[in-house]
Design a protein around this ligand. Structure first.
Ligand SMILES: Nc1ncnc2c1ncn2[C@@H]1O[C@H](COP(=O)(O)OP(=O)(O)OP(=O)(O)O)[C@@H](O)[C@H]1O
Length: 265
């Protein structure tokens, strides 16, 4: 079997706010093309971990390697080039309220020198249709959209520069079950068709079942365990056991297909 490419490699990460140590000696590998779901109790540092990889939070110790570049020691130009190879979607889509959806999606594209504004606008419309929004949605302002549509618009913006990696923070939070399920399918479809690597922070067990190839559990300040859904069911740690064997887990397991989670290791 061919060796899988590690696209994100974290070693010895320590994140600390004052005397509060959030991560200590944290290691994680993310493979190219996979959808990794990151779970953990509230306050275990899932969002801080996402921010650390995306260069928005400087760890007190450790190394962050993304696409073969050391994020923490890279010079400004290298970092900028690297940042163009990933997209981030925050919980509420984090759109600029004074810009239309199309203009929001165009924001990252403005970094491309010499790109004709008309082509930029057409490219934005392409991204908007890729995330399942109607063509006319491009003319709307974020306040005119539903929560689910705002998330899709945020995803379109994250995809603006054809990234290798997308970071999604709680993509289904606040969506009704049908909207959440549609969003799960969208993420899985895009990952497959574009070969995207997806780093996804979630509390949503349905998303883990329907979307993720592999799961990483944050507990005790580090990545306690990684593996498939099947692997998670065997973990004895109290939080992991409660999370994956609780009533909500049982409901999600019977609703969702076990297939995606079984592919991890
Ligand atoms: N900028 C900051 N300054 C101080 N403390 C912070 C900062 N960012 C995060 N923290 C703290 O770090 C801890 C981890 O936060 P984080 O938001 O990553 O948790 P989480 O696992 O994503 O939680 P949740 O599931 O509730 O969203 C929390 O205790 C939080 O208060």
């Amino acid at each position: 079997m061919t060796e899988r490419e590690v696209i994100i490699r974290l070693r010895g990460i320590r994140n600390q706010f004052g005397s509060q140590v959030v991560h200590e000696d944290l290691d994680l590998d993310v493979y190219r093309g996979e959808i990794l779901g990151v779970v953990g109790g509230s306050g275990t540092g899932k969002s801080v971990l996402l921010r650390t990889i995306a260069g928005l939070q400087k760890p007190a110790a450790g190394s962050v390697d993304v696409l073969g570049t050391d994020v923490l020691t890279a010079d400004e130009d290298t970092r900028q080039a690297l940042e163009n190879r990933w997209g981030v979607m925050f919980q509420d889509g984090a759109l600029f309220s004074s810009l239309t959806v199309r203009e929001n999606v165009e924001v990252p594209m403005r970094a491309i020198e010499g790109l004709d504004p008309e082509i930029r606008s057409e490219l934005a419309d392409l991204k908007i249709s890729m995330v399942g929004l109607q063509y006319l949605a491009g003319d709307k302002y974020p306040s005119e959209l539903s929560g689910g549509m705002r998330k899709r618009a945020g995803l379109a913006r994250a995809l603006a520069l054809d990234p290798d990696i997308v970071f999604l923070d709680e993509p289904t939070a606040g969506l009704d079950p049908i909207g959440a399920s549609a969003f799960d399918q969208l993420i899985r479809g895009l990952s497959h068709s574009l070969g995207l690597t997806v780093f996804l922070v979630t509390h949503d067990l349905d998303t883990l079942h329907a979307t993720c190839d592999r799961i990483a559990v944050l507990a005790e300040r580090k990545v306690l365990v990684t593996g498939s859904m099947k692997d998670m069911l065997k973990v004895e740690h109290p939080w992991v056991h409660e999370y994956f064997h609780g009533p909500r887990a049982r409901a999600a397991a019977s609703e969702g297909s076990a297939e995606p989670g079984e592919k991890g290791n």
